[in-house]
Design a protein around this ligand. Structure first.
Ligand SMILES: C[S@@+](CC[C@H](N)C(=O)[O-])C[C@H]1O[C@@H](n2cnc3c(N)ncnc32)[C@H](O)[C@@H]1O
Length: 360
């Protein structure tokens, strides 16, 4: 079969807004992906943009992120092959269902007037109650994904590490530039629903989304041909749980956490191993040691991350042959987590060439 016969590029990944998302680099990354792959893993999948590329390439795609809101995108777009969220489902989700509503007060109690007004906070709780009543887990995942994506559209910079959202929603100049700041969440959800439905497809493979710390998951997986590692850029913008805490809180609907600081981040955080300088070298070594059987590794990095490119190359050379590629960020925006002026790096790693000189 010709390579082109089994690709799925007629489907479009809904544009993400996620720190470190590789959406803009996909065609560059694609150049370095070997095409004779059966099974590929996106180990730190975030918005799922690279996992989606693997699925489009026709690979059996495994995808993983330790944050549940990212796993919900993985369930919706990678694992799911044909379940859609209908207009009827949407109408049910935004309806004023009264069932067990007393259990759904988390957002109103903790987030009224933090990022949105009380009415929107209450709407989010009611919607969350209705999501639980959907009769299909992929529909639930799509619904959570749509709400989370709409939440990121309603705040400037698309993250929750600042508390300017309410002020900005009342600032006509800002609203002129980004009308979503002042729109009702239910309208944003309605707008993006068709984009997500249209992106769902069946590549004929048994794809799977995981929600584990990769250090626990990787030793349990076998028969992988390719793994893509895109860990947080340590020392640059690694703290995903501060930037996106509200999405994780809405997805997990935490009851047992504390909500701290002005942004009401949940505490305690989940353990990563890749977001603190003092842990990252040990975690990388643990990660690479459990991946030795996988013949192809591709690793995304940034020239401002810790360890630096030379140091990471030295670590990687203990395991594989290494080729390094790079691209400059030209138009990155400023602000927290900005990559403006830095370089995006790709390590392409293959098994050491071993020449067998043994006698016949
Ligand atoms: C640079 S982002 C990945 C971006 C992704 N490639 C994309 O295109 O959107 C790093 C991701 O690693 C996840 N992460 C951090 N520590 C992890 C761990 N120990 N196991 C699994 N995922 C982890 C974060 O939640 C974050 O989504």
């Amino acid at each position: 079969m010709l390579f082109d016969d089994k690709t799925f590029f007629q489907y479009k990944f809904p544009e993400p807004q996620y720190l470190g998302a590789k959406f803009i680099w996909l065609s560059w990354i694609n150049k370095f992906i070997p095409k004779d792959i059966e099974v590929a893993l996106d180990a730190f999948s975030g918005s799922q943009s690279v996992a989606y590329l693997f699925k489009q390439l026709g690979f059996t795609t495994l995808t993983n992120d330790f944050l549940n809101f990212n796993h919900q995108i993985g369930l919706s777009l990678i694992e799911n092959s044909n379940t859609l969220l209908s207009n009827e489902d949407y109408n049910f989700l935004i309806s004023n269902n009264q069932y067990e509503l007393e259990k759904y007060k988390l957002i109103k109690q903790n987030f009224s007037n933090v990022f949105f007004n009380e009415e929107q906070a209450d709407f989010l709780d009611k919607l969350r109650a209705n999501i639980e009543l959907l009769d299909n887990n992929y529909k639930k995942a799509i619904a959570i994904t749509l709400v989370n994506r709409s939440l990121t559209r309603k705040v400037t910079m698309g993250h929750f590490a600042h508390t300017q959202a309410i002020n900005y929603a009342n600032d006509p100049e800002r609203v002129k530039r980004n009308p979503n700041l002042a729109r009702h969440l239910k309208d944003i959800i309605k707008d993006i629903l068709p984009l997500y439905n249209q992106s769902i497809f069946d590549n004929g493979k048994d794809n799977k989304s995981y929600n584990e710390n990769i250090l626990d998951l990787l030793p349990k997986l076998n028969r992988l041909d390719l793994v893509y590692f895109d860990p947080p850029y340590c020392d640059s913008h690694a703290d995903y749980q501060s930037f996106y805490h509200l999405l994780e809180t809405y997805t997990e609907y935490w009851k047992e956490k504390k909500f701290i600081n002005s942004i009401k981040r949940y505490e305690p955080k989940k353990y990563s191993g890749f977001d603190k300088k003092q842990e990252v070298i040990e975690s990388l070594n643990q990660l690479f040691s459990s991946a030795t059987e996988i013949p192809n590794w591709i690793i995304s990095w940034n020239d401002r991350s810790y360890p630096n490119v030379k140091e990471l190359e030295t670590i990687l050379k203990q395991y594989k042959d290494v080729q390094i590629e790079s691209q400059a960020y030209l138009n990155g925006r400023g602000g927290k987590g900005s990559v403006a002026g830095s370089k995006e790096i790709l390590f392409i790693c293959k098994n050491h060439l071993s020449i067998n000189l043994g006698s016949k």
